[in-house]
Design a protein around this ligand. Structure first.
Ligand code: ADP
Length: 410
């Protein structure tokens, strides 16, 4: 149980940390990419402005000043294109030319490709005649920028993994430390329950035997006194059952208390059915027992008897008169499977998750006085678990329930 809590704690802690680091890295990545792109746009704009300033309108033609050293300005990732006012390409210079048509409304463009090309288009205004004489478009391959971003992604990814690994180790140490006192106090509580149940058993036995003797020789006793003794006897029996249930649960984690012997479940189940025969007859139930000839397994016969008696007792209690109860059992290769089906009141889907909790009862009509403590299924689950098996339930309200127990043979 504590192992499970520890794992869940650690997992939630790491998930939250991963989420925080993820959001943080995403923020860094977005800001960094935005700044790099802004820097590039500023650089291209400056280049475009230089090119536009060195372009003139001469003899109805765009002319670039001779002293504008274009080749020196462009690096091998950049290019320049001149367009006339209609958008016709007039001159190109450089390798990474954007093939997108000129669009005066969309001056900052990215042409997708391999590599992607970022381009900025600037209008060329002749200062003498104050007129638009064409456009200049500066482009640059985004390869370098994307490489820088990929390096950043790797850096951030590796940092997150390293941070999570270090936090995971720290988290294991911290959760161990935090769980230790809780585990210790839980063990003390369990020990106290076991001791108290054990200590209560003797005085309860004394009361039980004395009341039994008094009731045996009740001739001459006043009717009211006899009724009081009967009430004491019934209450004592419930208390004995309850202390026994608590003792079983308190010791349920001590696997070494499980005896390993070779058990034939057919004998146990047939014995239990005989024991419950008066109750079965009283409710006129149709009880079917379908078992293989023998079902051998290694386990604790007393505990297995308790497991199946709790399930049969519930099936009988929660099934109304003339209902059907069916027990099926078969031996498989390495496990055995027992099913206990009834046509009783059933369990709603939301209650199904809770029926194995201690002291939890969907049907509060069954109290200590008629055999229900709410510990029955918790005990069943503990016994199944300590035999290395599993228990599953399917149920429908008003239709019935089916408990399936699977236990390993060894
Ligand atoms: P109880 O001692 O009250 O029967 P259990 O631990 O044995 O406690 O069962 C817990 C709850 O599960 C019961 O209160 C009942 O609501 C439900 N339950 C158990 N078995 C059945 C069944 N065969 N049919 C319907 N409800 C059941």
């Amino acid at each position: 149980m504590f192992k499970n809590i520890r794992h869940r704690l650690l997992l939630s802690y790491l998930l939250i940390l991963a989420l925080i680091l993820g959001i943080f890295s995403l923020g860094i990545r977005l800001i960094f990419a935005y700044n790099l792109r802004q820097q590039l746009i500023e650089k291209l704009t400056a280049l475009g402005q230089g090119a536009a300033a060195n372009t003139e309108w001469e003899h109805n033609q765009l002319k670039i000043d001779d002293d504008f050293k274009l080749r020196e300005l462009l690096n091998n990732q950049q290019s320049l294109q001149w367009f006339d006012v209609k958008g016709n390409s007039i001159l190109k210079q450089g390798e990474f030319i954007s093939s997108l048509p000129l669009s005066p409304d969309d001056l900052v463009q990215i042409k997708p490709g391999n590599p992607n090309i970022q381009s900025i288009t600037l209008p060329i205004i002749d200062s003498d005649i104050s007129q638009l004489i064409g456009y200049v478009r500066v482009s640059q391959s985004l390869e370098e920028l994307e490489e820088t971003l990929t390096k950043l992604d790797w850096g951030l990814g590796i940092s997150i993994i390293v941070a999570l690994s270090i936090s995971g180790i720290g988290g294991i140490l911290l959760t161990n430390q935090a769980m230790k006192p809780i585990e210790e106090s839980f063990q003390r509580l369990k020990q106290f329950t076991a001791d108290a149940s054990h200590e209560l058993r003797n005085p309860l036995m004394v009361i039980d035997s004395n009341v039994a003797v008094s009731l045996k020789y009740s001739e001459g006793m006043r009717k009211t006194d006899q009724e009081s003794f009967e009430a004491i006897a019934s209450a004592t029996e419930q208390m004995i059952n309850l202390t026994e249930d608590l003792l079983i649960l308190a010791r349920s984690d001590q696997i070494n208390l499980i005896k390993k012997e070779t058990v034939n479940l057919v004998i146990i189940l047939e014995k239990l059915v005989k024991l419950y025969q008066p109750k079965i007859e009283a409710k006129k139930l149709n009880f079917k027992l379908k078992l293989s000839e023998t079902i051998w397994m290694s386990g604790d016969s007393l505990k297995l008897e308790r497991l199946f008696s709790n399930l049969i007792d519930n099936a009988i209690y929660y099934t109304s008169e003339s209902g059907v109860i069916e027990i099926q059992g078969k031996q498989k290769k390495s496990s055995i499977e027992i099913q206990i089906k009834d046509t009783g009141i059933g369990i709603s889907a939301e209650n199904l998750e809770r029926i194995f909790e201690r002291f939890w009862r969907a049907d509060t009509s069954r109290s200590y006085w008629n055999g229900g403590s709410g510990l029955g299924l918790a005990i069943v689950k503990a016994i199944v678990k300590h035999h290395g098996g599993t228990i599953t339930v399917t149920s429908q309200l008003g239709i019935g329930s089916c408990f399936t127990i699977s236990l390993p043979i060894n």
